[in-house]
Write a new protein. Structure first.
Length: 256
């Protein structure tokens, strides 16, 4: 498989109960463009946003910054990249990216979890198969979605490490999608802070703050490998700068 297309599917830090069978068939509907699927996803995302706005605020202490950077995309498709540090970061990102249409690249093993499989599908998740043939088809379909103005969200680190304080190695998959579709990359950064105020009464783990950073627009005259490398380099640099600028190290001194 093309190295630029690789996404990690083996490494796991957390484990889930996966009793159901699921395989990504050759005719799997990644785009879900039929009108009732589009309508169902749009309505379900808003319902979830309404419910989770209370959970995210009271339990996770979520705050979102930089929504103007999402508006700066002006309706064009984009690949969103984010560090992967919480079980709920997919829903945090999904709500923050409303009202844009979003596809989330997710491990196919998540589609083996009862109930969760249906929730993530209706939130826009698409399965990342272990089959190289299916990975190529997924990339092709997501590039089609990007050209049509959708957002595709990937975790360049690949694996979830809860409350990780340092970013890990980035994989090229999402940056390759952006280069192929000639769309921007929008970096997001989830940072942690110690609970403050009333949250200190019941919350022991860090609160989450999501920073939507300025988009990285395509640059003319670059080959595909050069564009992939530029996206990867500049996205990581922006995320590291955000961590250095906004993360108060004192907030993490007592983090479990």
């Amino acid at each position: 498989m093309d190295e630029e297309m690789q996404m990690p599917v083996e490494e796991r830090v957390t484990s889930n109960w996966e009793p159901l069978k699921f395989e990504t068939g050759a005719d799997y509907d990644y785009l879900r463009n039929v009108w009732y699927k589009r309508l169902g996803t749009a309505l379900f995302r808003r319902l979830v946003a309404f419910i989770l706005c209370f959970y995210n605020g009271l339990v996770l202490g979520v705050k979102v910054h930089g929504r103007e950077n999402l508006r700066a995309l002006k309706g064009t498709g984009a690949v969103v990249v984010c560090n992967h540090v919480h079980d709920m970061d997919c829903t945090i990102n999904n709500i923050a990216l409303l009202p844009r249409r979003v596809y989330h690249v997710s491990l196919d093993s998540n589609f083996r979890i009862p109930v969760v499989r249906h929730i993530i599908r209706w939130l826009g998740a698409v399965p990342l198969s272990r089959s190289p043939k299916q990975v190529r088809r997924l990339f092709s379909e997501m590039e089609t979605a990007l050209r049509a103005g959708a957002i595709v969200q990937v975790y360049p680190e690949g694996v979830l490490v809860p409350y990780a304080r340092q970013m890990r190695e980035f994989h090229n998959g999402g940056f390759r999608m952006a280069a192929e579709a000639n769309v921007p990359v929008l970096p997001l950064m989830l940072l942690q802070r110690q609970p403050r105020g009333i949250l200190r009464l019941w919350k022991r783990k860090p609160c989450m703050e999501l920073y939507i950073l300025p988009p990285i627009f395509p640059e003319d005259g670059l080959s595909r490998p050069e564009a992939v490398a530029r996206y990867r380099r500049e996205a990581r640099a922006a995320m590291e700068q955000a961590a250095e600028k906004y993360q108060n190290a004192k907030n993490l001194e007592k983090t479990p």
